[in-house]
Write a protein that binds this ligand. Structure first.
Ligand SMILES: Nc1nc2c(ncn2[C@@H]2O[C@H](COP(=O)(O)OP(=O)(O)OP(=O)(O)O)[C@@H](O)[C@H]2O)c(=O)[nH]1
Ligand SMILES: C=C(OP(=O)(O)O)C(=O)O
Length: 199
């Protein structure tokens, strides 16, 4: 199972988190969320390659030495295009590709592994905490990702035949879009990079 993780230009990312830290530190907070997410994902059983698709040179710099791959590809028309681009790079004839959100700083490797095991080779998605968004999308083996991220993506992914997984996996469901989400993630236990911000 190989995963693509998208992150847009750091200055434009996570606008709903603006103000949680000083403006000068915003990009570093976005990077910390990403680092904690991919570091945990890399330790999950069943995960092979992780490819971050970014639009900012600071991202590959921050990931260097982690074993997580990164491609800086500007000008893709939005999130689903970035995901499809990354997934096409990872796809092999019988391999499985997935998409993981970049803002899961409390992610526990065992919870990601459990969601992958629960999918058991089926096209699957994990809904975020409110149940409307998606934190993880898994294609069936050998199949394209066909991402439908955006508002209402949980229902959109279900409509593509993906089965819901991970309902009882809080760290996988806890994406951080707002300061309230960050407080919930802190309650679950933040990864070390995000913890440094004192959330
Ligand atoms: N590479 C790439 N990543 C993207 C693109 N659009 C969104 N993303 C990333 O996809 C994830 C979800 O994006 P959004 O929900 O649109 O925005 P956000 O950055 O989470 O935050 P808000 O500004 O608060 O909505 C985030 O990790 C984004 O950085 C894109 O065009 N290219
Ligand atoms: C894009 C999505 O998420 P968010 O807005 O939480 O980043 C989504 O859940 O499809």
């Amino acid at each position: 199972m190989d995963l693509v993780v998208p992150i847009k230009r750091l200055g434009a990312a996570k606008t709903r988190l603006r103000g949680v830290v000083a403006d000068d530190d915003h990009a570093r907070l976005v990077l910390a969320l990403l680092l904690d997410t991919v570091t945990a994902a890399a330790r999950a059983d069943g995960v092979g390659r992780i490819l971050v698709v970014c639009e900012d040179k600071r991202v590959p710099d921050a990931l260097s030495g982690t074993g997580v791959e990164c491609v800086d590809e500007r000008g893709l028309p939005g999130l689903n295009a970035a995901l499809a681009f990354g997934a096409d790079r990872l796809r092999t004839p019988n391999g499985t590709v997935g998409a993981l959100q970049a803002d899961l700083p409390a992610l526990r490797p065992a919870e990601l592994a459990a969601a992958i095991a629960e999918a058991a080779g089926r096209r699957a998605f994990c809904a975020d905490r409110p149940g409307t968004g998606t934190t993880l999308l898994l294609a069936a083996p050998g199949q394209p990702l066909e991402p439908r991220f955006g508002v209402g993506s949980a229902a959109a992914h279900a409509a593509t035949g993906a089965v819901p997984v991970g309902a009882g996996l809080p760290s996988l469901r806890c994406d951080v879009d707002t300061s309230e989400d960050l407080a919930v993630a802190a309650g679950l236990g933040l990864g070390p990079a995000t913890r440094r911000f004192g959330a």
